[in-house]
Write a protein that binds this ligand. Sequence first.
Ligand code: FES
Ligand code: FES
Length: 177
Amino acid sequence: MSKVQNWDADAKVAVATTVNGIPAACSVETRSLLVNMIRRDLRLTGTHVGCDTTQCGACTVLLNGRATKSCTALALEADGASIRTIEGVATDTELHPIQRAFHEHHGLQCGYCTPGMIMMALDILTRHPRPTEEQVRHDIEGNICRCTGYENIVKSIMAAGEELHARGLAAQDPAWR
Ligand code: FES
Ligand code: FES
């Protein structure tokens, strides 16, 4: 006769991570999603939830510097890793060039998709500092915007790349945390 194994789905485990450059410790259920840890435990509600099914990109954050849909990652994956959310993009005194470009080029309307778009833009401009329009359009495929028609989002990301280049800065330069 086989033994019955006890399985406690509500068991909590410790996650030690770095969020926007600051060490953080959370206690999460093993099944907790990263987005829930960010929004509920860390209270960083700038990361949005649009679909909860990996389609809209509203929940995009940087996990170890790469854009990640946080509704699709487990909180446990952040253990020992670094998370960057929209709250960690501007400095105390200055918007990041990507944020300023979205403002100047009207890259947003309702703003619901914007935190995820900006985190994706950080990833794009890290991989392609001066991207072509095709590269931007390809890489934002997983981020849905219901308002803008994308035209101004693409312009904003390309303009931010040019500004960063002119200032000799990388998209994830430590000057931007
Ligand atoms: S909420 Fe994560 S992709 Fe839509
Ligand atoms: S600005 Fe409204 S969803 Fe993108």
